[in-house]
Unconditional design. Sequence first.
Length: 363
Amino acid sequence: MSNIILSYILKNFFKYFFILILIIYSFGVILNLFEEIEFFKNMNVDIFLPLMLTSIFVPSMILNLLPFIIFVSSMLYLIKIRNNKDLLILKINGFSNIKIFFVFAFTSFFIGWLILIAINPLTSSMLRYYEKTKSQYARDIDHLVSFNKNGLWIKENIDSGKRIITAKKPEGTNLIEVKIFQFDDKFLLKKKLFSKSVDIKEFDWKLFEVIVFEKDENSVFVKNEYKELTISSNYNHEKIVNLFNNANTLSFIDLIFNYQDLIKEGYNKNFLKESLHLMLVIPFFLFLMTAIASILTIHTLKKSENLKFIIVGLAICILVYYLKDLSLALGKTGRVPMILSIWSPVIALSFFAFVGILQINEK
């Protein structure tokens, strides 16, 4: 009997969770659609394109809101089953406060892993497609950068025409085995540069062991060699890294099984490690947010306290949001190790959850 009641309650818990996701998704689509329409307003595109792009972008946004979605849905549902006596029925059938607590918390923990393994790869693929499509319609297509298994590819405008740069691989702030092709305004090749190594830390790139082929007045390529040469670019190392180090476009599966391939494509090791920990922390966040929602609701059967719990719950959501942001900001500035900054909110919430468990276990 108790298992039937429990399965019924968990089924409805999932329903609350997915209904809330659907509501947030709908609002996200409406709000983001205006932004996409604004982006495409001067382009000859059908309304289907901004609508499609909006629909595939919003899921990645929802993943970032998961801890708060699970908290609100948990709290609302627990208040509901407390008010309609389902919680009391569970207790009559042998479910203690602590057992009810762990049932809901571990259900959220399971949801977290399910999302990481099954949903996250899909949302990452959709976001990559979104960014690729948007880049094709970008107003400024004079400057393009691409990473792939063959290395780095850059196209940029310069005063005297255009420049295309390829590199076999990045190493720290250097590019290895670099080829630079400079074209005039008619896109006719006028200069070729080959360098074993290029320091791109600054916007003035330093080329080492350079071979230059440049057209003379007879349109014949003349060869010159230099130990060191400097050229100006629209990109430096930081700008290039920021363009591609988007954690949302990397899935949990990519980070686990394609780690070495991602490094070969130019991704920073520290960035990949941080991205992995940002994902690993999600199931624990969901567990703890549900735990706190449970602690706030299951220790009392008084309907009169509903509003108080909702207000306290919203305050906790805001506090956790700022704590998470503050912790990550400290990590990015180097004041706190980045991995510690990712897990600090979880450690803090674990302490409060532990104290709460002790309290509800006594009731």
